[in-house]
Design a protein around this ligand. Structure first.
Ligand code: AMP
Length: 346
């Protein structure tokens, strides 16, 4: 039977965050949140403007993922952990026959959102491997557990063009200050009649969503969640194949799953997956805005005033469209009944 992972996490995160901040181990960057509601979809996008980050070096650790030859930087998610950032660890089993997978919860050392934390695998697992049933179950259990006090959002950046910087497998969690994620209402408005079917939101980029109705029996939950995620991966691969057939300049095929870049956003109620075409949006003046899963959760981070002005001008959806793939109509997949035509907003 699957165990209930990380019991009593909320007070531990709160206490450890306060201690790490005080000790100066954790570096919190102030930012201003600019609300940019999209007129056509009604999605309440948030752009976080953090000018202090513009002075800091970026791209640490990326060379290794992109296959460049340079000394591998140390793995920040491997033991020994920085004591101030360490919150808890647990072994989670899928069932009674399973040896279990070890996980550690660490605070994000460089955060712009208070109490941003990471769920990392205890052993080294490549970030480019898909989430396993136990990994998704552990993330979902944390979301569920924390939601009784404060709703959180989990995200997973996978692949060289996804905005990921660390090759050691990790999911990330942030609290939602107003209790809702920007996409919650849009997903609710566009969910299919058959809520078991995965579906595509009417957006100008390819995206796939699975609503969650997780079995209350913990022995069934990991397999259920693993299967929902597999359905989304299946749709992503089908989308990629069709795109390569229609327009080989956009996507060449076939490729291996571990070579694809995608973002995953998860709440206790849904998993939302977006395949990625490139990591950065380049402004008209040549500034690069790196987009990770949080962008596809409706939250973009910019470091320069100029970048903020351009995002305001073009709109967040245009930025997201630019770094994702165009949608294609998905035909006879097992979830085809729920895939809506997506030309509307393109
Ligand atoms: P990603 O860039 O998506 O791979 O996420 C990695 C996250 O780990 C980033 O948000 C970093 O701020 C965070 N990070 C980097 N180094 C450390 C560290 N030594 N301890 C904790 N978090 C870190």
């Amino acid at each position: 039977m699957a165990t209930q992972p990380f019991a009593g996490l909320a007070p531990k995160i709160k206490a450890q965050y306060a201690a790490a901040l005080k000790a100066g181990t954790l570096l919190f960057t102030e930012s201003e949140v600019v609300e940019l509601d999209d007129e056509r979809t009604g999605i309440p996008f948030e752009v976080r403007f953090a000018p202090a980050l513009a002075k800091k070096p970026t791209d640490q650790g990326k060379g290794e993922q992109k296959g460049e030859r340079r000394d591998a930087p140390p793995d920040p998610f491997a033991p020994p952990y920085q004591q101030d950032l360490y919150v808890a660890e647990d072994v989670v089993k899928e069932d009674e026959h399973d040896a279990g997978e070890g996980f550690v919860v660490l605070l994000n050392k460089f955060c712009v959102t208070p109490r941003h934390f990471l769920l990392v695998t205890k052993e080294f697992v490549k970030q480019t491997t898909p989430l396993s049933p136990v990994e998704i179950y552990t993330a979902w259990s944390i979301l569920k557990q924390l939601s009784s006090r404060e709703k959180h959002l989990a995200f997973f950046n996978c692949g060289a063009d996804s905005g990921a910087s660390q090759p050691h497998k990790h999911l990330q969690f942030i609290p939602l200050s107003n209790g809702v994620a920007p996409f919650d209402s849009f997903i609710d408005e566009h969910k299919p009649k058959n809520e078991k079917s995965c579906f595509q939101l009417p957006l100008p980029y390819a995206n796939f969503t699975a609503l969650l109705d997780v079995p209350s029996d913990p022995s069934e939950a990991p397999a259920y969640l693993g299967h929902r995620f597999l359905e989304l991966l299946d749709l992503m691969i089908d989308h990629r194949r069709r795109l390569a057939e229609e327009d080989p300049s956009l996507a060449s095929g076939p490729v291996r799953l571990s070579e694809l870049s995608y973002n995953v956003v998860m709440t206790a109620s849904y998993i939302h997956l977006v395949p990625r075409r490139r990591e950065k949006f380049t402004t008209s003046t040549g500034r690069a805005i790196s987009i990770n899963s949080l962008g596809f959760a409706g939250m973009i981070l910019v470091k320069e005033q100029e970048a903020l002005d351009e995002v305001k001008e073009v709109g967040v959806l245009k930025v997201l469209e630019n770094v994702a793939f165009r949608p294609v109509e998905l035909g006879d997949t097992h979830a085809a009944d729920a895939i809506v035509a997506c030309g509307g907003l393109a």
